[in-house]
Design a protein around this ligand. Structure first.
Ligand code: ATP
Ligand code: MG
Length: 535
């Protein structure tokens, strides 16, 4: 360690953290090194503390100028709080610190070359997501098995670069022969980013049969839990669905439960319920009296009818193709490719009515999970599920989104065992179910300006890193703080720009206003609105 790199000494030691007082002669944080100007103490930069044969690597989390008592006199000095991140032992870097430095140990600043060994430990995998912000020549290499093998959160305010980051990170694996990624894309942003290499499925244009739903999803779609007869409706509906499923699939009858994804006829169920709702039974000698379920389904029938007859829901209820049990195989082949060869499948949910997006998300995610649950070959068939705009359908509470939340919480807790991992993308992390986010192991955190979300992120990160979260509001577009076990230590990364980029980019208002190229025909727009045409 060169003495000219010394900047100060350890002043206090706490588990996971040190306070460092900079030397007296450091009166400005600017320093010239080999003709290059560097700034000491930048949040997110690193310092080194040698302890015997080990070198401890720590990250600057906080710096301030303050009065400290030295030899009975208050003197003004720069004081930094640094977070211990790893140890270099005989030239090899390891995460974590087992030996704490003593008070008074000297502290040194770092240059790119000092940390090459650290940054390159995962280079052998050849998966890098971008360039390190504070070291121009270094790339951010990740251990991609750890990264994709556990759940990932991509968080950041609107416009911070989440969609671009997701596209860029996934483009790098989209050419592999057996990549298996399923994206739930709310705004049809990703088709453009994976042009040519993806399997684009516009869900509202294809059919997504109602009989793929499990009972929880059916219940969310048709039963109003506030209805005083909800409990009766649930029991009767369940029995009718099981009976209809068994009737249509006699050879599977002994295995069928209410959740088995086999064909049944919803109009048959509706007719039966209508009958029960108006049934009169003969009384004792006198005029017929109302049956036991008379009038108990009136509101249910209205709700059911409104869904079955609404053209926006036709893709689920007016089936032309998927009208027999066997067709579920065709559907799944479409999703995965015939032999699991689809690589990146984009489930385009842009045409799905907003009020049922959560149920559809639940259905699609659960089918992916269930498929691997029953897949003997699951260890050879790992799938990454990407949830874009997750705050919309995976909120912390609320009745209408129970099915999606329950499904994804289950995947978050058990998915790893079945080879299903999640990437949760959201601009409002504080609104996303905590059960889901707290199961994430790796975090890509882009700029976050909202103080509530910032506070929430601090809470999610390991204790010591709260200080580093202070940089979140000042990150640039596409710049992220990466924390987790897939990297050597927390990194500030300028994520590579995706090529091609998703259809999410900023609209150049000023330029468009100044010189509009394409004219908008109001009449055409209204026609499309009427016909529900988006593309
Ligand atoms: N790595 C990057 N480098 C430079 N600019 C970027 C980068 N990533 C994104 N940007 C810019 O930021 C803009 C917004 O990106 P993006 O659509 O990915 O944001 P977002 O966080 O997904 O927003 P929203 O929450 O509204 O969906 C893009 O137009 C792009 O130009
Ligand atoms: Mg986005």
């Amino acid at each position: 360690m060169f003495e000219q790199k010394r900047i100060g000494m350890v002043w206090g030691v706490k588990a996971g953290m040190l306070s460092v007082v900079l030397d007296e002669e450091i009166t400005s944080l600017k320093r010239e090194v080999n003709g290059k100007e560097i700034i000491l103490g930048q949040i997110g930069s690193y310092v080194l503390v040698p302890v015997g044969k080990l070198i401890i690597v720590a990250m600057v989390g906080e710096i301030e100028k303050m009065d400290i008592p030295i030899n009975g006199k208050d003197v003004q000095r720069y004081v930094m709080r640094v977070i211990l991140v790893g140890t270099v032992k005989a030239g090899r870097y390891e995460r974590g610190v087992s030996v704490l430095p003593p008070v008074d140990a000297p502290v040194y600043y770092t240059e790119d070359a000092d940390l090459s060994a650290v940054f390159s430990i995962f280079q052998k995998f050849g998966y890098s997501i971008g360039a390190l912000s504070l070291f121009e020549k270094e790339r951010a290499f990740l251990d991609p098995n750890r990264f994709f093998g556990k759940h990932i959160a991509v968080l950041g305010s609107s416009g911070s670069g989440k969609s671009c980051t997701v596209a860029s990170m996934l483009q790098k694996v989209s050419d592999f022969p057996d990549t298996n990624i399923i994206m739930l894309d709310l705004h049809n942003e990703y088709k453009k980013a994976f042009e040519g290499s993806s399997n684009h499925l516009p869900v509202a244009e294809l059919e997504l049969p109602y009989w793929f739903m499990n009972f929880e999803e059916i219940r969310e779609m048709f039963i109003d839990e506030r209805d005083e007869n909800a409990a009766t409706q649930i029991t009767v509906l369940k029995d009718l669905i099981v009976a209809s499923k068994k009737g249509k699939n006699p050879d599977l009858a002994e295995f069928i439960t209410v959740d088995t994804p086999v064909y049944y006829d919803i109009s048959e169920i509706k007719a039966k319920i209508q009958f029960l709702d108006t049934e009169k039974i003969s009384g004792l000698g006198s005029a017929p009296k109302e049956g036991p379920l008379y009038g108990k389904f009136s509101r249910f029938i209205v709700r059911l009818d409104s869904r079955l007859n609404d053209s926006r829901y036709a893709f689920m209820f007016k089936l032309r193709k998927y009208v027999s049990t066997d067709t579920i195989k065709e559907f799944l082949q479409k999703v995965y490719g015939a032999e699991g060869s689809a690589k990146v499948t984009i489930m385009d949910l842009s045409g799905v009515p907003f009020d049922i997006v959560n149920t559809i998300v639940s259905l699609l995610a659960r089918m992916v999970f269930d498929f691997n649950f029953w897949n003997q070959n699951r260890r050879e068939f790992p799938v990454l599920l990407v949830f874009e705009e997750a705050h919309n359908y995976l909120p912390a509470g609320g009745e209408g989104t129970k099915a999606a939340r329950r499904t994804v919480e289950r995947i978050a807790k058990e998915g790893r065992k079945y080879g299903v991992s999640c990437m949760i993308v959201s601009q409002r992390p504080a609104e996303v179910s905590e059960t889901i986010l707290s199961q994430c192991t790796n975090f890509i955190i882009l700029r976050i300006t909202n103080p509530i979300d910032q506070g929430y992120i601090k809470g999610l990160m390991p204790d010591n890193f709260a200080g580093v979260a202070e940089i979140l509001p000042s990150l640039r577009q596409g710049e992220a703080l990466v924390v987790g076990d897939a990297i050597s230590m927390p990194l500030r990364v300028q994520v590579d720009f995706p090529n091609p980029e998703p259809e999410s980019g900023d609209i150049r208002f000023f330029d468009k206003w100044k010189q509009s190229g394409v004219k908008t025909s109001v009449s055409e727009v209204v026609d499309r609105w009427w016909k529900q045409e988006r593309t």
